[in-house]
Design a protein around this ligand. Sequence first.
Ligand SMILES: Nc1ncnc2c1ncn2[C@@H]1O[C@H](COP(=O)(O)OP(=O)(O)OP(=O)(O)O)[C@@H](O)[C@H]1O
Ligand SMILES: O=C([O-])CC(=O)C(=O)O
Ligand SMILES: [Ca+2]
Ligand SMILES: [Mn+2]
Length: 669
Amino acid sequence: MAETGEFSFANGGSKAPPVAQNGLPRIQTNGKKKPANGICHDDSASPVKAQTIDELHSLQKKRSAPTTPIKDGLQGNAAFATISEEERHKLQLQSISASLASLTRETGPKVVKGDPARKAETPKVGPEHHHYFTPTISVSDSSLKFTHVLYNLSPAELYEQAIKYEKGSFITSTGALATLSGAKTGRSPRDKRVVKDETTAQELWWGKGSPNIEMDEQTFLVNRERAVDYLNSLDKVFVNDQFLNWDPEHQIKVRIVSARAYHSLFMHNMCIRPTPEELENFGTPDFTIYNAGQFPCNRYTHYMTSSTSIDLNLARREMVILGTQYAGEMKKGLFGVMHYLMPKRQILSLHSGCNMGKDGDVALFFGLSGTGKTTLSTDHNRLLIGDDEHCWSENGISNIEGGCYAKCIDLSRDKEPDIWNAIKFGTVLENVVFDEHTREVDYSDKSVTENTRASYPIEYIPNAKIPCVGPQPKNVILLACDAFGVLPPVSKLTLPQTMYHFISGYTALVAGTEEGVKEPQATFSACFGAAFIMLHPTKYAAMLADKMQKHGATGWLVNTGWSGGRYGVGNRIKLSYTRKIIDAIHSGSLLKANYKKTEVFGFEIPTEIEGVPSEILDPINTWANKADYSETLLKLAGLFKNNFEVFASYKIGDDGKLTDEILAAGPNF
Ligand SMILES: Nc1ncnc2c1ncn2[C@@H]1O[C@H](COP(=O)(O)OP(=O)(O)OP(=O)(O)O)[C@@H](O)[C@H]1O
Ligand SMILES: O=C([O-])CC(=O)C(=O)O
Ligand SMILES: [Ca+2]
Ligand SMILES: [Mn+2]
């Protein structure tokens, strides 16, 4: 036992502490004395400015700028400057309570801001308390409880929520948030319903080929009530107030109410993030999503064919998600809304990537899922405007989104360095597999799904063009991943050919890649996005033809799929070759190349491109069996012809001339 302590406790003096009765040195609490020998064994830095642990913890966080939307009526009103923060909070909660209101119970739920796990934020009930909003009539138990609202949280806060409360959330070795989307790892197009009312019956595309499966208003309300009740039954919900469309003239305000931090972070990344000032003036959203994806729809409900339903009501400007947690459903749901709202303003909405050269030349990249929109628009030598959803207006091109959503199966640092480096803190990594200890992601692992994805804010790409807008496009590149291996790596298109291939929207997938060689499966999806368009395809096609003509844009068809034979025989065209082809389109050199015309499809194909072996430019050269090639080519041409039959009776544009030209621009055999 130490008779004379040679050490001192915190703030202790030099003298040996007095020995207590039990022989232990007595703790000295008087900190004023200076150590005579100049030695202090404690941390010599100045002590913290806190008297208690709680106070210390309260010092850790600095208050942020206010993030409270103001009622519409107050917008632009000088009075809003005088509104107190308390008042702002109240208005914000009123607006959120209104969003979450049940339609059968007159008032919204009691909402309170903050995490219910943090005791200090639990409201004290009483009229003097201003941080929650109370409905006036209580008619059920649910109106007695509070719904905590986590409003526009930051990525760091959302990480904490996800890791603490959502199973399957992990931080990867590069700082991304790995998460699982549950049973659904892709969109559910057969469960996407749209309310058919007097207006939409006239305006929208219905029937064969249309993505819009009808439902009635009443059923929508049943599902809406189900989602809202589910959300209100939770301890807390996430609310994101954000924007769509970088063109300020045509910007849309969206609110996303969701149950998972994963969903909130995904939309934080994918929509345009408001500044604190913009959020203060947010007002009432133009469109609201209720994402209750963890909760199924009721199969006894009319129209329901599975436990999943994604329901759009254009009149109410609302979308309800039940029975799927796949986050892409929210992003693409809003894209559908834009496909309705924008054409009303003579603006063309596009399922395309977009980038711009240093000299301001803009290129659009159309294509179905997996054909290369994100990969090829993310180009180290060019400015990225966006990877998936754009608007083409009289002002030029604007991105609808604030982030990118890249496929990451087999992602490689060498081939796609910018996407690789974007997978860092703040990025949501869906359904990837990683080492349980190092948390290093194995991008080749398809154990969960082949559709592994990374969602990151667009500024994570070093040469992003912010704001994400650009002038009128010079090149319109249609991408097809042709698993039949008969389309040339690149073809120059006439305007009618561009329209023919835009309306066709071809790509070929290979079903069941694991179990040996399978037949390629041709997919035709009008406007390269039939799942998202709301109007008849010819409406968008007419607008595209008009804009391309007016601005003198050149159309191209690029095959990012197979060469040297079909899937199983040949190989996918090297990404480095495709990049060289795209480079030649951007630079203008390909426009000046020598061309020859192909049989059947009548494509103009170049004879030479710098950096690309000339023999691959005409696919027949790469097939060992020429008869097999011709047979496959005719087979594909037949599939195109069959698919186009439904469009043959439609007129495109004001005069019938273009329609005839488009019909003639298809394969001839
Ligand atoms: N020659 C090629 N050209 C383009 N992509 C290629 C090529 N070869 C392989 N790939 C791969 O194909 C995939 C293209 O996917 P990408 O994410 O660009 O699709 P997308 O068109 O953006 O689809 P979505 O609309 O679903 O996001 C990437 O994984 C890329 O690495
Ligand atoms: O929406 C998704 O899930 C992914 C995507 O970009 C597409 O399929 O076009
Ligand atoms: Ca993409
Ligand atoms: Mn897409």
